[in-house]
Design a protein around this ligand. Sequence first.
Ligand code: XMP
Length: 524
Amino acid sequence: MEQEKVIVIDFGGQYNQLVARRIRECNVYCEIYSYKTPIDKIKEMHPKGIILTGGPNSCYEEGAPTYSKELFELGIPVLGLCYGAQLMQHILGGKVERAEVQEYGKTPVKVDTASPLFKDVTEDTICWMSHFDYISALAKGFKSVAHTKDCPVAAAECAEKQLYGIQFHPEVLHTPEGPKMIFNFVRNICGCAGTWRMDSFVESQIAAIREKVGDGKVLLALSGGVDSSVLAALLAKAIGKQLTCVFVDHGLLRKNEGDEVEAIFGEKGSFDINFVRVNAQERYYKKLEGVTEPESKRKIIGEEFIRVFEEEAKKIGKVDFLAQGTIYPDVVESGLGGESAVIKSHHNVGGLPDYVDFKEIIEPLRNLFKDEVRKAGLELGLPEFLVYRQPFPGPGLGIRIIGDVTADKVKIVQDADYIYREEVDKAARLYKEENCKDAPWLPNQYFAALTNMRSVGVMGDERTYDYAVALRAVRTIDFMTAEAADIPFEVLQIVMNRIIKEVRGVNRVFYDLTSKPPGTIEFE
Ligand code: XMP
């Protein structure tokens, strides 16, 4: 049976991936396409609904992104958001103008609860506004179904043609009842049954992989990160021993991580696959000797990975498929699907060698968002600590050590980082037990880095001349911007005390307050 689908047409809005995630949270499968996608292609996909995203332009300006009027005549429900709502009006004969009062931020809105879009939504609710244009006259057949103090058309509908527009952003967290509105559209108005679930995804992917791979051999570079681990588990369930995972331990992993990966996927683990661990620590340290410039370190680590992987692949010989842990944001961000794509540049470890002898690449996770990958991982029986692992850069601790990298420095940063994460996790758990919710300061990413600075200290009766460790913790939604997390001071003090006491070679601990921009999340 064909998977029911909603299409998101991307007009360059910064929240386009969020729109898609919210739809998927309603158990409805969706894909993002650029507004440049021809209408015939959209029609061929037989979507049950179409959502037009926001975007930075004014629809009445020359050259602004637009779409064929035919889209609104297909008999398929369409929902426009922000720019999408304005464009719908503009194309269908309504009027969009520069607003005298531009709305930005959390705004009280009154909605017409008789509209199917606002079923079960509170009449007086809050929305997130961000616009400088407004709909000043509605196209024929439309009526306004929501308004704010300064915006007469905060939402519009033409129920007869199943066309809807929302001026605000129901997809962002600041519109608390936004998920209900999206649910109302995709499940009630479009009539999607809600069949997109991770248990059925896993089941259908296992069948699809078996069919595609047949009795062929598959090779996977396993990094121990969430995506490649979930992929390994999925392939293991589908094809068992036909899979070989090569795990390169470059000696720049977090404390115990190499052994954890081996415990799960190696001989003693629960998956029946071929697992090769390459202990390349010394080789990496040698290559990195005396290298201080961060980009050079990244390059060396990436290139060395390819070399090590190539050597292992040669030992294995010809394989039929190379599996890659590409996920949906990678697809969208590399510009294949969306418009806002090109903003973010990629920084993954140097790509994979093209000289490994294989016939085809398979990417079974390429339609999943990160939270879906995690759910699939749990379905496949992977432990929570692995599935909820923080983002970790491919070049690993190599870029969390300022200046040259040595085995001793790696040990220092591993130990300090371990203590830091242990204490933050403990404090967050206690908070949750007491308050039944996540701590408001809980960072999305937190780690220790080793500065290249040594300074004088005193321990016992002795003078020390040791390194300073930097603690980084950020709160972020998209990792493109971030602010320092306000971890309680007493937690930081515990961390500081433990690091000084337990990690040799450290006599000072700093907390990094820098937001991104101007800083980056990594400390390299
Ligand atoms: P920055 O430091 O650029 O980091 O603000 C943004 C996010 O990306 C992660 N990061 C990487 N992830 N390979 C990755 O897979 C890399 O080379 C890499 N460098 C940074 C970083 O941890 C943060 O989550």
